[in-house]
Design a protein around this ligand. Structure first.
Ligand SMILES: Nc1ncnc2c1ncn2[C@@H]1O[C@H](COP(=O)(O)OP(=O)(O)OP(=O)(O)O)[C@@H](O)[C@H]1O
Length: 261
């Protein structure tokens, strides 16, 4: 369970999060959505104590996140941040093996079980054949899948993901998010694609200018009014294949079809 209450944060005195919060219950996937600069990444970073909020409290299974040591936090929380690691001279398998580090004592060699876990994680993201490649030489999408594999190898029961579908082709966007939604791991994920957010998240938190505009079930958050107010876009809501689908058009060029919302 991840809980954040009344979080405020500013860079150099400029407030970019103003009293935001969320609750992700066990196994739940919470999507953080909102326009560019609305504070999603900043909020996510406060959840794993990469940033210390000015006010408010973040807890992981009721423990304040700031009370956990680095290793204790890494055993419980796996993170895929927006910036991928730079040109570390490691293979893909070695990069995923780093996910096992919180489970090993310092300087204890990795064992067969670690290597099995890494192989299974790479298989789950469709990257087993990349195991011996230099990580730095992968495409953006391949890197992203490998970083998700690293979080699987970490076997933490909380997952924080910042735009994990960035660089992924349409098939892997769905495969990665379906995998995340089936992991039964408490997850907070920043997403830009509102249709993916709607399909794979249990609840959504919509930010704008560092404040929460609405939170709850995707169909209640992604209303035409909210999308118009927050993104300045016209949206038609349709249900296709049992899923809510949003069809966007700029406000000055309304869709030819009347709203089906
Ligand atoms: N290191 C920093 N120093 C100063 N201001 C920052 C810093 N990082 C972010 N900001 C500012 O804080 C605000 C929120 O940024 P943040 O990256 O959290 O938004 P976001 O919703 O994740 O944006 P995007 O969708 O573009 O990734 C923005 O105005 C941004 O310019």
């Amino acid at each position: 369970m991840i809980s954040a209450t009344d979080i405020s944060f500013g860079y150099d005195g400029n407030l970019v999060l103003d009293g935001v919060g969320l609750a992700a219950g066990p196994g739940e996937v919470v999507g953080l959505i909102g326009p560019n600069g609305s504070g999603k990444t900043t909020f996510l970073q406060t959840l794993y104590a990469a940033l210390r909020p000015r006010d408010g409290l973040v807890t992981i299974d009721n423990d304040p996140v700031t009370s956990l040591s680095g290793t204790a936090l890494a055993r419980r929380v796996a993170v895929v941040a927006q910036e991928t690691p730079s040109d570390l001279p490691v293979t893909v398998a070695e990069m995923v093996l780093l996910g096992r580090a919180p489970h090993r004592r310092l300087l204890t060699p990795f064992n067969r079980e670690d290597h099995r876990t890494v192989a299974a994680a790479l298989t789950r993201v469709g990257a087993r054949d990349l195991a011996d490649r230099r990580f730095a030489t992968l495409s953006g999408g391949e890197k992203q899948r490998v970083l998700v594999a690293r979080t699987l190898a970490q076997q933490a029961d909380h997952l924080l993901l910042d735009e994990p579908t960035n660089h992924l082709d349409i098939r892997y966007q769905h495969e990665i998010l379906r995998l995340v939604s089936e992991l039964n791991v408490t997850t907070v994920v920043v997403l830009h694609d509102l249709n993916l957010a709607s399909r794979y998240c249990d609840t959504l938190v919509m930010l704008n200018h560092g404040r929460i505009v609405s939170a709850g079930a995707p169909e209640h958050v992604l209303t035409a009014e909210a999308v118009r107010a927050v993104y300045g876009m016209h949206v038609e809501r349709v249900y296709a294949g049992g899923y809510l689908q949003l069809i966007f058009s700029p406000i000055d060029k309304p869709s030819l079809h009347p709203s089906t919302a």
